[in-house]
Design a protein around this ligand. Structure first.
Ligand code: S3P
Length: 170
């Protein structure tokens, strides 16, 4: 089973991915972490030194690896589904879950840690909300290709069990 969690920064991909992985003994990975270990630098440094384009290539490469292995939950970066054919490939090879959050919810979650988010780092605090609104609107069509869409406010302890059960029946 291959589970891909997609959604904007701050939607809770890491939080839920870890929790679900632990609860069901499924290995959990974070794509950003894999890229940073492979490359020997943090994602923030890769963005700063090599630029977003180079990061997107590394991200694609790292994702390809996960399309070959099995039995994991992978938390993707916020932009992963929006570049190349990444979203289609994830849909072909596994189950994609979009953790949907509103721009306001995302804003509330990321505003205290913008320095850890390369895309938000250089934006004036007063412009962050508008930036999130626009980016989310641009990205929503890619996110919405996911096989399962969850409203992050409504996720509870039984959500993932239900998903697993529905996958077993396929
Ligand atoms: C990005 C989101 C980040 C990371 C990179 C780019 C984006 O991941 O991949 O900074 O384009 O939205 P998170 O969604 O885990 O913050």
């Amino acid at each position: 089973m291959r589970i891909f969690l997609v959604g904007f920064s701050g939607a809770g991909k890491t939080y839920w991915g870890k929790k679900w992985g632990e609860a069901h003994q499924i290995k959990y990975y974070d794509l950003d972490e894999e890229i940073s270990v492979d490359h020997g630098e943090s994602v923030t440094d890769i963005f700063e030194k090599l630029g977003e384009r180079a990061f997107r290539n590394l991200e694609k490469e790292a994702l390809e690896y996960f399309l070959e292995i099995d039995d994991f939950i992978l938390s993707c970066g916020g932009g992963t589904p929006c570049f190349f054919d990444n979203m289609d490939r994830m849909n072909e090879e596994g189950t994609t879950i979009y953790l949907h959050a509103t721009p306001q919810q995302i804003y509330n979650r990321v505003i205290t840690e913008t320095d850890k988010r390369p895309l938000l780092k250089k934006i004036e605090p007063s412009e962050i909300k508008a930036f999130i609104d626009k980016k989310l609107r641009d990205r929503e069509p890619s996110y919405r290709k996911a096989k399962i869409i969850l409203d992050t406010e409504k996720i509870n302890d039984t959500t993932f069990e239900k998903i697993l059960r529905s996958l077993e029946q396929v």
